[in-house]
Design a protein around this ligand. Sequence first.
Ligand code: 2F8
Ligand code: CA
Length: 127
Amino acid sequence: SVTPLGWKYFSSSLYTISSIRKNWQESRDDCLQKGADLVIVNSREEENFLSQFHETMWIGLTDLETEGTWKWVDGTPMTERYWGPGEPNGRTSENCGDIKQYDVGKRWNDANCNIKVCWTCEKKVSP
Ligand code: 2F8
Ligand code: CA
């Protein structure tokens, strides 16, 4: 099969990063419209793969439902953890996860859900 224009294949999923910035919910809505969802990070390899996208990007991680309990958009609990130094630090004011650059490399941050950044959608495909 072929990789559609604008999408990159990695380990049974297709990924695309936006060229514009939106808040977390609008970003998620865009992914859903594309038959995808915000990216869910399940491994170090996937985390490294995402580092090729050179922008701060929303990922499918949120603790909006219960403060301090981080969940992926598919309802699964967070098992892998690649938080930046000191993160998450925003308590009730930062309830959405993004990946951004730290001195130590790209890591997860809890950010205010209303800020506008790029986002990455993931669509699972059969291998
Ligand atoms: O240095 C980490 C810190 O960076 C920003 O604040 C200066 C982030 N804010 C936003 O993304 C809005 C914090 O969430 C982050 O902890
Ligand atoms: Ca933070």
